[in-house]
Design a protein around this ligand. Structure first.
Ligand SMILES: Nc1ncnc2c1ncn2[C@@H]1O[C@H](COP(=O)(O)OP(=O)(O)OP(=O)(O)O)[C@@H](O)[C@H]1O
Ligand SMILES: O=C(O)[C@H](O)COP(=O)(O)O
Length: 394
C-alpha cells in the first residue's frame, strides 16, 4: 500500500476521507478525539504544500441534508486545532464543494458537508455510489484514506472513490492496524472482550467470530437485553433486537460447547424513561419491571465484571456499559474503565463513544494501552473480515 510519503502532493488537491463522527450536544462538540486523531495526516499534507479537501460523515442522516447532522461545527473546531481557517463547503459534491475546492491555495484546508447528505454515499447500488464517487473525483487530484472508524463501510467516499484517483493510506489507519494486529496475532491470554453500546444489530454479528478467539466475553450496554430475553427474562422497555433472539441463543449454546465464558450482568439500573431525571433503581435481571428500561449495568454486575477482568492479559473493549452521557447511568462504564486500568492486561478501547466516555469520565488516556477511533471498524478487523476501506487502498 502506498503511504502519503509515496505521493507527490505539492500543489495538488488531495481528498482526505477522515472519520470526524464526533458526539454533539446541539452544535457543541462534546468530545473532539476523532478530530484530533485526524490532525497528523492533514498537517503533514499541508506542510508539503497540498490543498487539502477533507470529507467525513456525521451520524446517520437519511441521504438528504439535515441540519442536526451538519459538519459546520466540526469545521470550526478543526480550524481551531489546526490553527488556520478551514473553508466549509455548504454541500457535499455540488456547486459549493466545487467552488471551495477550486479556491484552495497550497497548504489550505476545506471541509465538505456531511457525505451522508448524498444518497449515493451509503447506497447498496454500485452505480449510484460510483456516480457520487465520480463527482468527488472531480474535486481532487489524489485520495488519502484515513477514516479508520469507517473502513468497514462499503461507501462511496470510503470504497469507490479510491478506485478513481491515485491514492494512499493515511497514517491513522496504519497506526490503528498495527496496534490491533497485536490482538489478532497470538494475544496473551486470558483474552477478554467487553461489548456494549447501542449499535446492537451491528455488533451482535461479531460475537460469532469472537467466540473463536476470545476466552471471555463481557456483555453490557444495550446488547444485554437481547441476551437476557433469549435466556427467558423479561426486559421491560429496554433496547431489544427481537429478530436476533435465536441467533443469540445459538451464541450461548456455542459458547458453552466451546468453553468460552459469556458473562452477563446480574443486575441493571432500570429507569422509567430515557432521561437523567427519571426515577430509577438497580434491580436484579429477573425483576426488571415491565414499564422500565435498563440503562446501565448495576453495582453487582460492576463487581462481577471487575472480577472477570482481574486476571486478563489482553482486553478489547467496545461500547459503553450504559448511557454514560447521563450521570445516573455512568457507573457501569466508569467501573469497567477502572477495572481495565487496574488489570495488568494490554488494553484497547475502541469506538467513538467508548473513547469519548473514557475521556469525559476523567480517565487518563495514557492509562490504556491504546484508544482506537474505530468501534465497529475495530471489531470487524478483529473478526478478520475484509475491510472495504482498506482493501480499496491496495
Ligand atoms: N442500555 C442502553 N440503552 C440504550 N443505549 C445505551 C445503553 N447502553 C449504552 N447505550 C448507548 O450506546 C451509545 C454508544 O454505542 P455505540 O455502539 O455507538 O458505541 P461506540 O463506542 O460509539 O462504537 P462505534 O464507534 O462503533 O459507534 C452511547 O451513546 C450510550 O448512551
Ligand atoms: O462511529 C463509528 O463507528 C463510525 O464513525 C462509523 O459510523 P457508522 O456506524 O454510522 O457507519
Amino acid at each position: 500500500m502506498r503511504t502519503i510519503d509515496d505521493l507527490d502532493v505539492s500543489g495538488k488537491r488531495v481528498f482526505v476521507r477522515a472519520d470526524l463522527n464526533v458526539p454533539l450536544d446541539g452544535d457543541r462538540i462534546t468530545d473532539d478525539g476523532r478530530i484530533r486523531a485526524a490532525l497528523p495526516t492533514i498537517e503533514k499534507l499541508r506542510e508539503r504544500g497540498a490543498r487539502v479537501i477533507v470529507a467525513a460523515h456525521l451520524g446517520r442522516p437519511k441521504g438528504a441534508p439535515d441540519p442536526q447532522y451538519s459538519l459546520r461545527p466540526v469545521a470550526a473546531r478543526l480550524g481551531e486545532l489546526l490553527g488556520t481557517e478551514v473553508a466549509f463547503a455548504a454541500d457535499t459534491a455540488g456547486e459549493s464543494a466545487r467552488a471551495t475546492s477550486a479556491a484552495l491555495a497550497d497548504g489550505e484546508v476545506a471541509l465538505l458537508e456531511n457525505v451522508r447528505f448524498e444518497p449515493g454515499e451509503t447506497s447498496k447500488d454500485e452505480t449510484e455510489r460510483g456516480e457520487l464517487a465520480d463527482r468527488f473525483a472531480q474535486l481532487a487530484d489524489l485520495y488519502v484514506g484515513d477514516a479508520f472508524g469507517a473502513v468497514h463501510r462499503r461507501h462511496a467516499s470510503v470504497y469507490d472513490l479510491p478506485g478513481k484517483l491515485p491514492h494512499a493510506v493515511g497514517g491513522l489507519v496504519l497506526t490503528e492496524v498495527e496496534v490491533l494486529k497485536r490482538l489478532t496475532e497470538d494475544p496473551e491470554r486470558p483474552y477478554v472482550v467487553a461489548l456494549g453500546g447501542s449499535k446492537v444489530s451491528d455488533k451482535l454479528a461479531v460475537i460469532d467470530n469472537l467466540l473463536g478467539t476470545a476466552d471471555r466475553l463481557l456483555i453490557g450496554g444495550g446488547m444485554v437485553f437481547t441476551f437476557l430475553k433469549a435466556k427467558g427474562y423479561e426486559v421491560g422497555s429496554s433496547l431489544l433486537e427481537n429478530d436476533q433472539l435465536d441467533t443469540v441463543r445459538g451464541y450461548l449454546e456455542r459458547a458453552e460447547r466451546e468453553g468460552v465464558e459469556i458473562v452477563l450482568p446480574v443486575d441493571v439500573v432500570a429507569a422509567e424513561k430515557f432521561a437523567a431525571d427519571a426515577p430509577h433503581a438497580a434491580v436484579n435481571v429477573d425483576a426488571i419491571p415491565a414499564d422500565r428500561m435498563g440503562l446501565d449495568i448495576g453495582p453487582k454486575s460492576q463487581e462481577l465484571f471487575a472480577e472477570k477482568l482481574a486476571d486478563a492479559r489482553t482486553v478489547f473493549w467496545n461500547g459503553p456499559m450504559g448511557v454514560f452521557e447521563m450521570a445516573p447511568y455512568a457507573g457501569g462504564t466508569r467501573a469497567l474503565a477502572q477495572a481495565l486500568i487496574d488489570s495488568d492486561a494490554f488494553t484497547v478501547v475502541g469506538g467513538g463513544d467508548s473513547a469519548a466516555a473514557v475521556r469525559s469520565l476523567g480517565f487518563d488516556e495514557a492509562a490504556f494501552g491504546h484508544i482506537s477511533t474505530g468501534g465497529g471498524a475495530s471489531l470487524e478487523y478483529l473478526e478478520g473480515k475484509d475491510l472495504p476501506g482498506i482493501d480499496a487502498l491496495a
